[in-house]
Ligand binder design. Sequence first.
Ligand SMILES: Nc1nc2c(ncn2[C@@H]2O[C@H](COP(=O)(O)OP(=O)(O)O)[C@@H](O)[C@H]2O)c(=O)[nH]1
Ligand SMILES: [Mg+2]
Length: 408
Amino acid sequence: MPAMFSFFKKSAPAPAPAEGPELLPEGWVVKKSSTPPAPPPPAAPPVVAPAPAPALPQAAVVTPPAAVPVPTPGPAPVAPPAAAPVMVRAPVPAPAPVAVVPPPAPTPAPRQGWMERLRAGLRKTGGSIASVFSGTKIDDQLYEELEEALLMADAGVKATQFLLDELKRRVKETRATDPQAVRALLVDALAELLAPLEKGLEVGRHTPTVMMVVGVNGAGKTTSIGKLTRHLAEADQRVLLAAADTFRAAAREQLGVWADRAKVEIISQEGGDPAAVSFDAVNAGRARGADVVIADTAGRLPTQIHLMEELKKIKRVIGKAQEGAPHEVLLVVDGNTGQNALNQVKAFDEALGLTGLVVTKLDGTAKGGVLAAIARERPVPVYFIGVGEKLEDLETFSAREFAQALLA
Ligand SMILES: Nc1nc2c(ncn2[C@@H]2O[C@H](COP(=O)(O)OP(=O)(O)O)[C@@H](O)[C@H]2O)c(=O)[nH]1
Ligand SMILES: [Mg+2]
């Protein structure tokens, strides 16, 4: 299962920032001098304080860091085959079979819950595609219906054509005759098409790792940042947020709520210039030894030239505060907008050079095929996908999981 983030391993313990102490709250410093064995690094307490968060799902999601790349949580869980053999060899004491039977695959429960949510979310998109295979024959009509269904799902002409060709090739090769077998071949073809989009978001190579988040209004930028911040905080990452959506007070407040919940710091400025806020935030992040700085920006359409210029400026200015930053330029797109989302990927990529995507609102949409279009036409990595408003509704993207959930 893909971990939420991959953490770049440093060989040195941790580069303690020299200016640290000045940032510590008064009370903490006093306490420190009064208690002899004080913790040496200036780990700013408010930032690190473990969020008293809903324990189960996300904690489990974050913990196994890339270590166990279980390829796919296959549909049939190989769970409890242990019981039967034990019963048959009644006289034999339990230990023997236990040693022989490998431990049940650690398919983590949270990921199974995720598969269910993903499947439910994609039902509208997948239903019409899967129904193509409900008949008994594999003929031209099936392929025509499939073409139509894929186009309706906003997979786009190119990905649709690719998938049809690929499917026909596979059917010929395997001599499949059963529509359900053909459906399984389509899962394979789709998973392969989507595979290049699969990539983990890496944190820790730079200190801080600076991310800039962009997109149109209402795509889910602030919500996604909030969710990511929670996950990062739970992985003991010190996050600092920059409220660079300075247009609306409500936008600042919304980010502030997420910052409070995750107990992380936020830099905002009433009516400030978004580039200046971002600049300050990166500088503050460096001074405070933050691991990650995330800048939330105001929504804009790629056709609004002056607003796109403003984003370029924010990007430039972040680079002045820290060489090589921003390390990530993330576009958040509303998956519900289908082909429109693809156009946004192209336009924002051309203006800013995107490093990754977050595709939200795949719940309840009939246009989830857009990921196939993105894979075929502008394969920017999809770091996360969202199927709802709750914290656990944002997860890493797995090509095979997606293909399976879609055509379940
Ligand atoms: N159904 C659903 N709603 C989402 C998802 N992600 C975000 N939202 C909602 O979309 C709305 C706009 O989100 P917001 O983060 O404010 O968008 P922004 O303008 O890009 O910052 C909010 O009501 C969110 O709760 C998702 O994956 N599924
Ligand atoms: Mg916002």
